[in-house]
Design a protein around this ligand. Structure first.
Ligand SMILES: Cc1cc2nc3c(=O)[nH]c(=O)nc-3n(C[C@H](O)[C@H](O)[C@H](O)COP(=O)(O)OP(=O)(O)OC[C@H]3O[C@@H](n4cnc5c(N)ncnc54)[C@H](O)[C@@H]3O)c2cc1C
Ligand code: SF4
Length: 353
């Protein structure tokens, strides 16, 4: 029987395992990633563009079933829902106990990518306020590092992952290597301005998040469909599947024998987006998104629900259907989808102007 030897074996392909795979393969190590969970095929498993009417319970979920099988996972109520409960373990099959009176919610994702598929993507640097807290409060042991030690590593990670955010120059919340910040809604802008007017020491800033506001390392900019915990077919948020594992596999294909990444669950090689799909997702939708668009006039004082936002949602579904039809080479459905997209776009533009 043939045997393989590896320089490094990584257990788990979540955010940690993904980074380890990328770094070790790039340094030339022959690397094996072992993943206990199932493979994820984005085209099949991501559900961020599935319309609610395609779900059996129309998004309300089978709550009795959820309570029976995922009573702990569903504490993540917004993420472990009818759409994306499949990205969380079954509590029935993976029981554990906690000490009486010390409830511990163990949220787990068992699939290639782990919790990087469902995470909230909020990404903040710690400051010396955090690194010195143990020492100042006399709790546990003093951290062996300070902000200055870790700052270059924050730079390194942020540059690869792509973190959008606004630099504010605050010592308690150090700035990072940011992509352009997301635009605030009208209400948020008003609130930020009012806050600035009434307080010298309070500031409202946009969330710093691992979501792309422009094309970054071959991944498309976000089109703000807004349900990232269901997956992201355009690879616009950072996850192992979208970023680090493909980078590790790329190293493998460029170095051939020098390094390898093997997945126990035989993860298929991530498919690059075709130019056409990329164009559909990132160009068309971005131009209709109320947040990202500067060319489309916004409805005054109507920041959250607008015809454009509604069209955005409808169009995303049509584009997904179009992508499926494209894969199935179904010309009739493709034509129907394209007409629906054009119709939705012209209706929404007409009502917005
Ligand atoms: C809903 C939600 C929102 C979050 N939001 C944020 C946020 O906004 N910002 C933030 O910084 N953090 C956030 N987090 C936390 C963040 O997602 C986790 O800290 C991070 O993903 C953990 O990564 P990990 O690689 O350590 O573990 P995981 O992602 O859990 O990966 C572990 C992997 O190991 C595999 N595995 C387990 N046992 C074995 C075994 N025996 N053999 C082989 N493989 C095994 C699992 O299947 C899994 O793929 C959030 C988490 C959740 C659930
Ligand atoms: S396109 Fe943007 S909002 Fe939609 S799932 Fe991807 S990162 Fe999230």
């Amino acid at each position: 029987m043939a045997t393989n030897t590896y320089d490094a074996i990584i257990v788990g392909s979540g955010i940690t395992g993904g980074w380890a795979a990328k770094e070790l393969t790039e340094k030339g190590l022959n690397t094996l990633v072992l993943e206990a969970g199932r493979s994820i095929v984005p085209e099949r498993d991501y559900v961020e563009h599935v319309p609610v009417w395609e779900l059996k319970f129309r998004g309300w979920d089978n709550r009795a079933e959820r309570e029976r099988t995922q009573h702990i996972q569903r504490e993540c109520y917004y993420a472990c829902d009818e759409y994306s409960n499949k990205f969380f373990v079954s509590d029935k099959d993976n029981p554990y106990t906690s000490a009486p009176g010390k409830h511990f919610s163990w949220i787990r994702g068992r699939q290639v990518g782990g919790k990087s598929i469902t995470w909230g993507r909020q990404s903040y640097r710690w400051s010396d306020l955090d690194f010195e807290a143990n020492l100042k409060d006399g709790v546990a042991v003093d951290w062996p590092i300070r902000y200055a030690d870790i700052a270059p590593w924050y730079d390194y990670v942020e540059e690869f992952a792509g973190i959008s955010g606004q630099a504010e120059g605050l010592p308690q919340l150090p700035d990072g290597k940011f992509l352009p910040p997301m635009e605030m809604t009208c209400v948020e802008q008003d609130f930020r301005d009012a806050l600035g007017k009434h307080f010298d020491d309070r500031i409202m800033t946009i969330g710093r998040s691992a979501v792309l506001t422009r094309v970054h390392k071959g991944r498309a900019a976000c089109h703000y469909c807004g349900v990232c915990h269901r997956g992201c077919i355009t690879q616009s948020y950072f996850s192992s599947l979208n970023s680090t594992l493909p980078a590790a596999q790329k190293t493998f294909s460029t170095r051939k024998l020098a390094a390898s990444v093997v997945f126990a669950s035989s993860m298929p090689k991530p498919k690059p987006l075709t130019n056409l799909r990329r164009a559909c997702f990132s160009f068309v939708l971005q131009h209709w998104s109320p947040r990202a668009s500067s060319s489309i006039p916004r409805l005054p004082n109507f920041p959250t629900v607008s015809p454009i936002a509604a069209a955005n949602s409808a169009t995303t579904s049509w584009i997904t259907t179009w992508a499926r039809a494209q894969a199935a080479k179904c010309l009739v459905t493709k034509t129907k989808c394209l007409s629906a997209i054009v119709l939705t776009a012209s209706t929404s533009l007409a009502s917005a102007t």
